[in-house]
Design a protein around this ligand. Structure first.
Ligand SMILES: C[S@@+](CC[C@H](N)C(=O)[O-])C[C@H]1O[C@@H](n2cnc3c(N)ncnc32)[C@H](O)[C@@H]1O
Length: 398
């Protein structure tokens, strides 16, 4: 790998790729060092190994999801692009180094077609106008492209012409959904979705499993590295399964649409997965995904807060899990959830995290409750940014 750097004409204004001027091998080294420093005491305590970071061969065009805000411009124009760092001023973008190359053209054309049809962009300060955002999600292992138009209300003026012109300009779009968001908030998406063209969803494949993705479901944004991340979780489960006999029970906590658990079950016929996730739509999606992958006999999903679910099973003593795989949001897990894992006597914990600081806090909690940190592997899911994803393997002592 050479020590070249990449350039982007709007890097400074956009601020999304804050490390773009740093050669990629040096970015990886920085992340490795940061993880080693942060986890040094926790790793030393247990003689754990901190593995080398898994970086990308080519850290470009990896984002399967691209989005734009819209705002009224001069003379009836509609502005699209990125919010400038730390503000809501829109910086125009013609192409983006890290996004799927198909996405940006579609997003900018949404603005051009809307201008032509007189569909008004949303005015944030007044809460008026229709078109707030557009999001494009591109399949990694499929040709699916899902475009979501976020509108301030149910009505999308000239909807039929809008959809017809967009699909004519971009025959690669397989589906268009409308998401309704009338709240005066920074959150891009509202809860309600309508289908305007195609099925309103898309499909993608990871490690041999097919997944349905709806406009509102969580789906990792760097699919190449997601396979690396998930494979590390599968390997950790398989290590634990070697010593087991018969059915092998895995809890996939904070499971989203069930992707990690199903990839584990697909690779090992003795695995039975229970997924728990608080977003009901994601759980419905996970159930459909289980059927689509012929895993419905071995994968079940529960819509619940992970801590409440853990409290209920730990108290009733009705369930026990050989492995707990957990992938919480940035805030990490809770002491009650971790105590539930301990209470069940789970032998192996695989902890996937997008925030090493909260992961360290939770790992130290598990260490105090009799778990040993075995390995920690950083994975570079977000090149050119300071963000780090890590997978930790812990086993119960004795
Ligand atoms: C980092 S994502 C991981 C999703 C999934 N493992 C994947 O790889 O696509 C975290 C997930 O945790 C869910 N979540 C957040 N807080 C939760 C809670 N208290 N209980 C259950 N799920 C929660 C979010 O909705 C989100 O789907």
């Amino acid at each position: 790998m050479g020590f070249k750097t990449y350039t982007c004409p709007i890097a400074k204004a956009c601020g999304g790729c804050e490390w773009l001027a740093v050669p990629y091998p040096i970015q990886l080294r920085r992340k490795q060092k940061e993880v080693e420093k942060l986890f040094s005491a926790a790793a030393e305590r247990d003689h754990a190994t901190i593995e080398p970071i898994r970086g990308m061969e080519d850290p470009r065009a990896f984002r399967n999801k691209a989005a734009t805000p819209f705002a009224p411009g001069k003379g009836g124009r509609i502005r699209s692009g990125f919010f400038a760092a730390g503000s809501h001023r829109i910086v125009r973008c013609d192409s983006c180094l890290v996004e799927d190359p198909r996405a940006r053209d579609i997003l900018n054309d949404v603005a051009r077609v809307a201008e032509r049809l007189g569909i008004r962009a949303y005015q944030e300060d007044r809460g008026r106008g229709t078109l707030r955002h557009a999001i494009v999600r591109c399949g990694y292992a499929t040709e699916d492209i899902l475009l979501t138009l976020v509108t301030n209300g149910q009505r999308l003026p000239r909807e039929r012409e809008f959809v017809a012109e967009l699909t004519q300009r971009h025959p690669e779009i397989s589906s268009i959904a409308q998401n309704i968001n009338q709240h005066r908030t920074n959150a891009m998406l509202g809860r309600e979705c309508k289908t305007l063209f195609g099925s309103g969803i898309m499909h993608d494949k990871l490690l041999g499993c097919t997944f349905e993705i709806s406009p509102t479901s969580f789906y990792q944004t760097n699919p190449r590295q997601t396979e690396v991340l998930y494979q590390l979780s599968i390997d950790a489960c398989q290590q634990a399964a070697v010593s087991g006999e018969g059915n092998f029970n895995v809890l996939d906590a904070y499971c989203g649409t069930g992707t990690i658990g199903m990839c584990i079950a697909k690779q090992d016929g003795s695995v039975h997965v229970t997924g728990v996730e608080q977003v009901h739509d994601a759980v419905d999606c996970a159930k459909r995904n289980a059927r689509a992958n012929s895993l419905d006999q071995r994968a079940r999903f529960v819509a619940a807060d992970a801590t409440e679910y853990m409290n209920s099973i730990a108290e009733s003593g009705k369930a026990s899990f050989d492995v707990v795989v957990m992938d919480p949001p940035r805030a990490g897990s809770t002491p009650q959830f971790l105590d539930g894992v301990t209470h069940m006597g789970t032998k192996t914990v695989v902890y996937v995290s997008c925030n090493p600081k909260t992961q360290l806090r939770d790992i130290e909690h598990l260490q105090r409750r009799g778990y040993r940190l075995r390995t920690l592997t950083p994975v570079d899911m977000f090149p050119h940014t300071k963000h780090i994803e890590t997978v930790a393997l812990l086993t119960k002592r004795g």
